[in-house]
Structures are given as structure tokens and as C-alpha cells.
Write a protein that binds this ligand. Structure first.
Ligand code: NAP
Ligand code: GCO
Length: 263
């Protein structure tokens, strides 16, 4: 069997009704995995199930707010009963609030940290005991370029994603001996609903200034698509990465390596 085959594996991808999580789940299904996902609202879970069905995928969808520890523990117990022990966890659910730090409320800051950092801790903690019993596991945290770099208005998000990079390394350090590999994927700028405001066509018909900026800063000279993340995600979920641990795989078109094109 190919080292990239996920047949027989149960994969939980959080916040995967659409966007990056949906693309990763599709790729896992194509590689043979059973797909489980959650979202906050039933209507989104229903929409997600329909979207997976349209791709020929029978996904298991559950309503769960990943910041709610009791709800997450119940979710994992329900999945283990109804689907099977989780072999692959992708901590994908995330939010961003673009507010200048001096104008950002502490509650807004805390909300971003809660979803983007505390929740990956909560969900990882919930799945690790069964992974230890089973003798293997894959945890993939969706980090960001902001795990490495900052920019105006994203202080909470960068702090969370920087913390998620180190949580990834710590899970790798603490659970590697149980044959659990924990790695991160650091997407660059990907065209999803989360970045739609940065790509809006301006009233004068021009591209958004930030859109032009990112194109000039990216050697690939384009925004990434969720599909660009499929191969890296399958690699990190498969036997092919059994000796890769604590690594953040940046899928960014080269932006982190590049000073940017002279205007
Ligand atoms: P997105 O389009 O905003 O989707 C985020 C998903 O997470 C949505 O389904 C959302 O559900 C769900 N979610 C949010 N809070 C949740 C909670 N408390 N409990 C459960 N689900 C929750 O984002 P995306 O662009 O696909 O990004 C997915 C991940 O990649 C995020 O962690 C993001 O930080 C990261 N990332 C994105 C980019 C990019 O350029 N797009 C780059 C680097 C990293 P609702 O619709 O109900 O809110
Ligand atoms: C922003 C963007 C970024 C991307 C991504 C980059 O406002 O700068 O939303 O944060 O989402 O995280 O890797």
C-alpha cells in the first residue's frame, strides 16, 4: 500500500464546512480516509454535508464549538462510538479580527486566542489518549505565515498562530515516543472567505491595494488556493511523514523567502 494512502483512517478536521478545512478533508477522502468534521452551527454542518455529498464523500458532521471543552470531549466520545477512534486530527477552525492593537478590546483579543490557540490545545488533549492506546496518531495544526511575521491589525492572530507553532513543537516533543506526530501547515495568503476582504475589487474597479501587495511579495505571483494545501496535508497525515515531527510546513508560494518585487 502506498505510504500516502489513508485507507482505514478516521480523520477529524475542525471547522471544515468550507474553506481550507473542506479542501483538506476532500483530499483525505480521496486518499481513503473517513471524514469527520464539525462547525458551530447546524445549518453550516448541513451545508457542509451536502457539499461533501456533491463531491461523492459521505462525511460525518457534528455541531461543536471547539472552544467549549465539555462539548469537545462529548464530540470525541461520540465520534469514537459512531465512527471510530480518531487517527488524524487537523486543528483547522480559526478566526481573525483585523483591528489596530491600540483599538482592540481585551475581549476581542481573548476571543481570537481562544479559537486559534486554546481550541487546538483542547481538541488535541481530547484525542491524544486514544491515539496513545492505538499506538499511533497524526495531529496537524493549521498555523500561518503569521506564526513567523507580524503586520498591522493582526496582533491577536499573530500571537495565537505564533503560540500554535510552539504548541505544535511541544506536542511533538511530549508524544513522539507514542508514535504520535504533530506538525503544522503554514499557509501563505489563500483565497478563502477569511481573506475575501483583502481581495475586494475597489469602487474604481481596481484590485484591493493589499491584493496588489501580496502579489508583489509572492514569488508565485498569485494567491494560494485551498487545493494548494491538499498534497502537504495528505503527506503530514500519512505514513510517509512518520519521522517528521514538530515541523511547520509553509505552503506560501515562497513569500517567506522573498524580500518582494521592486514597485
Ligand atoms: P474560514 O474560511 O474563515 O473558515 C474557518 C472555519 O472555522 C469556518 O468553517 C468557521 O465556521 C470555523 N470556526 C470558526 N470558529 C469556530 C469555532 N469556535 N468552533 C468551530 N468552528 C469554528 O477560514 P480559512 O481561510 O478556511 O482558514 C482555515 C484555517 O486556516 C484557519 O485556522 C486560518 O487561521 C488558517 N489560515 C488561513 C489562511 C488564509 O489565507 N485563508 C492562511 C493561513 C492560515 P463559521 O463559518 O461557523 O464561523
Ligand atoms: C491577514 C490575513 C493573513 C492570512 C494568513 C497568512 O489579514 O494578514 O488574513 O493572516 O489569513 O494567516 O498566512
Amino acid at each position: 500500500m502506498s505510504k500516502f494512502d489513508l485507507t482505514g483512517k478516521v480523520a477529524l478536521i475542525t471547522g471544515a464546512s468550507y474553506g481550507i478545512g473542506f479542501a483538506i478533508a476532500k483530499a483525505y477522502a480521496k486518499a481513503g480516509a473517513t471524514i469527520v468534521f464539525n462547525d458551530i452551527k447546524q445549518e453550516l454542518v448541513d451545508k457542509g454535508i451536502a457539499a461533501y455529498e456533491a463531491e461523492g464523500i459521505k462525511a460525518h458532521g457534528y455541531v461543536c464549538d471547539v472552544t467549549d471543552e465539555d462539548a469537545v470531549n462529548n464530540l470525541v466520545a461520540t465520534i469514537e462510538k459512531e465512527v471510530g477512534v480518531i487517527d488524524i486530527l487537523v486543528n483547522n477552525a480559526g478566526i481573525i479580527k483585523r483591528i489596530p492593537m491600540h483599538e482592540m478590546s481585551a475581549s476581542d483579543f481573548r476571543q481570537v486566542i481562544d479559537v486559534d490557540l486554546n481550541a487546538p490545545f483542547i481538541v488535541s488533549k481530547a484525542v491524544i489518549p486514544s491515539m496513545i492506546k492505538k499506538g499511533h496518531g497524526k495531529i496537524i495544526n493549521i498555523c500561518s505565515m503569521m506564526s513567523e511575521l507580524g503586520r498591522e491589525t493582526v496582533s491577536a492572530y499573530a500571537a495565537a498562530k505564533g503560540g500554535l507553532k510552539m504548541l505544535t513543537r511541544n506536542i511533538a516533543s511530549e508524544y513522539g515516543e507514542y508514535n504520535i506526530q504533530c506538525n503544522g501547515i503554514g499557509p501563505g495568503y489563500i483565497a478563502t472567505p477569511q481573506t475575501a476582504p483583502l481581495r475586494e475589487i475597489q469602487p474604481d474597479g481596481e484590485r484591493h491595494p493589499f491584493d496588489k501587495f501580496i502579489i508583489a511579495k509572492t514569488p508565485a505571483a498569485r494567491w494560494g488556493t485551498p487545493e494548494d494545501l491538499e498534497g502537504p496535508a495528505v503527506f503530514l497525515a500519512s505514513d510517509a511523514s512518520d519521522f517528521v515531527n514538530g515541523h511547520i510546513l509553509y505552503v506560501d508560494g515562497g513569500i517567506l523567502a522573498y524580500i518582494g518585487k521592486q514597485p
